[in-house]
Design a protein around this ligand. Structure first.
Ligand SMILES: [Zn+2]
Length: 328
């Protein structure tokens, strides 16, 4: 990239880029900000990002900052627990408002995800009529719904890696739906399988192998799946926990990081939409089938560019750009 060429994100998503740049600059800067939590850089983002000018957002942030500033090693454990609950609650308030006002993609992703989840919730509860049987399909849909709702709450409390761990699980179920929608026999075999058969034939790895053998794309591509394993699930040497600031330091839960919010909602939206697209193929009700397919497609198209595969590069671009600007 040329020095004078702004990163692509600056032209595509200016508000988001401003937020990202501020987060990166605030945390990584030398001088009196060198050892401060990214909370301050978020405040910087607040003032510079066009989408973050809402006074209600500022109030939510102020409340959260005050609660967090009361936490210190000297605080008693019960008081500390109450305070951390309070700060988590305020972190959730902050994230909700951020998600509502931050550009176009994120609010639309959250809206479309909510719509799709409300439909999946009702399918898992036989809300449009019970088809009888052993309800294995409905239970699987219910699992996706629950995991997605839990992942959303983890995003709201700024536990981003942990949210991605659940999202990876949803991706594995999406692969199962992918397999079952292409072969009714597979679904019948899965629902009758013993534990041993299930582990051998329907664990994440065997399912991906089966899909590969029959030439089907994975619901969640190989590189995306591996990255979800690395960031969210398996302990990997050198993998910094909660690292969505570019500062090279871990950030624990309860402290919002805009990039964490973007990445986690994009990944969750991608995984749930993949489930929706493939499970719609297993439905008999044509109207419902079309409704879920349409909602899932809409969710897929609303996803932003900050994904688990892109955020590190995009962050490096912004940091590099800032460094060049400072040296100019
Ligand atoms: Zn039923």
């Amino acid at each position: 990239m040329q020095d004078d060429e702004p990163p692509k994100v600056c032209s595509d998503e200016p508000g988001l880029a401003a937020c990202y740049a501020a987060a990166a600059r605030g945390v990584a800067a030398s001088g009196d900000r060198a050892d401060q939590a990214p909370l301050l850089s978020l405040r910087t983002a607040w003032n510079s990002a066009p989408m973050a000018s809402s006074s209600s957002l500022s109030r939510a942030f102020g409340k959260m900052a005050r609660a967090l500033s009361c936490l210190s090693p000297a605080t008693s454990s019960s008081a500390s627990s109450r305070l951390s609950q309070k700060s988590l609650h305020q972190c959730s308030e902050f994230t909700d408002e951020f998600s509502e006002f931050s550009g176009e993609k994120l609010p639309s992703t959250v809206d479309n995800l909510g719509t799709l989840l409300s439909i999946l919730f009702r399918i898992s509860c036989c809300s449009w009529g019970c088809h009888g049987g052993d309800h294995q399909f409905e239970w699987l849909v219910g699992r996706v719904t629950n995991q997605a709702m839990a992942a959303t709450n983890l995003i709201r409390s700024a536990f981003y890696d942990e949210s991605l761990m659940l999202t990876r699980g949803i991706g594995e179920i999406a692969d199962l739906f992918r397999l079952f929608s292409s072969s009714k026999d597979e679904f019948e075999e899965w629902r009758r399988s013993t534990k041993k058969q299930r582990l051998n034939k329907y664990g994440p790895a065997p399912v991906r192998k089966k899909l590969e053998q029959c030439g089907a794309n994975f619901s969640i591509g190989e590189s995306r799946y591996q990255k979800l394993c690395e960031v969210g699930t398996h302990p990997i040497p050198g993998q910094i926990p909660g690292h969505y600031s570019g500062a090279g330091r871990p950030v624990l839960g309860g402290i919002p990081q805009p990039v964490g919010i973007y990445v986690c909602y994009t990944e969750l939206g991608y995984a749930v939409a993949s489930c929706g697209i493939f499970l719609s193929g297993m439905l008999h009700d044509q109207e419902r089938k079309q409704q879920i397919f349409d909602c899932s497609s809409q969710l897929r198209t609303s996803l932003g560019m900050f994904s688990i595969l892109t955020y590190e590069d995009l962050l490096n671009e912004v940091i590099e750009k800032n460094r060049n600007d400072e040296n100019a």
